[in-house]
Design a protein around this ligand. Sequence first.
Ligand code: MLC
Ligand code: AMP
Length: 513
Amino acid sequence: MTMNHNLYAALRAAFPKDLSAIAVETDDGQFYSWADLERASAMMANLLDSLNIPKGSRVAVQVEKSVEAMMLYLATLRAGYVFLPLNTAYQSAEIEYFIGNAEPAVVVCSSKNFGWVSKIAFKAGTQNVFTLDDNRTGSLLERAAHCSDQHQVVLNKADDLAAILYTSGTTGRSKGAMLSHGNMLSNAQTLKKYWGWKPGDVLIHALPIFHVHGLFVAIHGALLNGSKMIWMSKFDPKLVIAKMPEATVFMGVPTLYVRMLAEPSLTKAQASTMRLFVAGSAPLLLETFNEWQDRVGQPILERYGMSETVMLTSNPYAADARYPGQTERRGGTVGFPLPGVSLRVQDDEGKALPVGEIGGIQVKGPNVFAGYWRMPEKTKEEFTADGYFKTGDVGKIDERGYVVIVGRSKDLIISGGYNVYPAEIEGYINDMAGVAESALIGVPHPDFGEVGVAVVIAKSGAKVDADAVIAALKSQLANFKIPKKCFVVAELPRNTMGKVQKNLLRDQYKGLF
Ligand code: MLC
Ligand code: AMP
């Protein structure tokens, strides 16, 4: 018999025997059983099939977080199409680029955005635009309601494409990282073992579902373990803490931990049923790690990943004979390469570096993506001749084998777990009237970890108003990309080659917040 590598097939096989049990409980009082997940995803899969689109067609989705949006993801997987999640903060120019580049056969958006999104989609040749809202309404559900709730999961090979995640663009535009069924399933299976998922686990899901952390790590983790999710439409520190006694696992970006630590209700007793707190997507400050350990009585487990690779490294869950030497979670580190992941540190000349020396982090493994959508040249640039992916992160492996990330060679700001590419924002600022040049730098921020600050110089004789720069950006870009401050200055520091020295600017503005 041919083995089916379809990711949904594997998740479905892990559903509990009793399909009437609760799979998801939401913050607006809804309960979904495992049978609901199976049936609703079947109906949506049948709807997609009825559109007569080829297998491998992209289904682009920009909707508010809802269980139905997760079902649409499952439907896309089970029917053999490719899921393309989009941040709800993206505005028209951003959406126009993604739709133009990915050429989706189906676009699903919120009904409040239907006017402008459908215009972009139809112009790009997409014939099917549906709406889906976070209150269980929209044309997608209306149409799916007429479809059968029986659907045969399609047969997929491990390297068949399952999702495209748009990322980076350190120079130029965003690239679509192509992840296969095999990339995601192998990673989910590895994490299931490494993080000790067990019967009875309950996950508090409070992350957005358009990025790797909330969509893949959290959802695959729970489903592959047949675990119930306590589903929150938006992160609210008080609510997460209030729900802890009903749960065992939580995943968040560092900002979520910082915000929970500001709540007096966070105590050891309140968290006593919780067995695992996972952090990632951005550096977790040692200070936050220590404070959490003191207040909650257990260390946060920090792991490291990327859109191109899903999860790469992790601190250990507990001492385990299968992973000798991997016993303790160490703050300030991202732990060990996950089983099956090869990780090495190289210098700029491609020489492997010994323990303790800092260089570029490169990785290889079944989790590493196939390449960037329709960008073979970019893909080639990011892989070494022997098949390692260059992460763009800079770090070292310490004497005990822990990976420590010390910085990034890519010009990237990570703000509250969202990536901001300075080149993109600078491009918009440089196009504004009167602007000669600009530099966007990341500076430390107590809540978001890091935020963008714009430093702008005006053309000679022109006047540029800092507030006007911010206001103009707000009308064009996703809100998290907007610099938190803008300074108009006489000149930017440069090296002898004339290149702006961002490190000096970062130093100058590091105390701003
Ligand atoms: C919101 N704002 C931000 C921001 N989020 N500013 C900078 N960085 C952010 N991340 C700003 C908005 O622009 C707005 O400003 C104001 O804050 C209020 O917006 P909000 O939407 O109400 O904010 P809030 O709900 O508080 O959101 C904060 C947050 C959210 C931390 C909950 O950012 C979040 O969910 N982050 C998680 C991101 C994530 O899932 N990353 C995983 C990537 S996967 P104004 O001025 O308009 O009012 C990945 C791989 C891996 O990286 O390893 O996991
Ligand atoms: P993305 O492209 O959104 O998937 O972001 C991936 C990037 O997030 C990585 O290349 C890292 O720079 C960063 N990242 C993820 N996890 C961590 C972590 N635990 N510590 C530091 N940086 C991280």
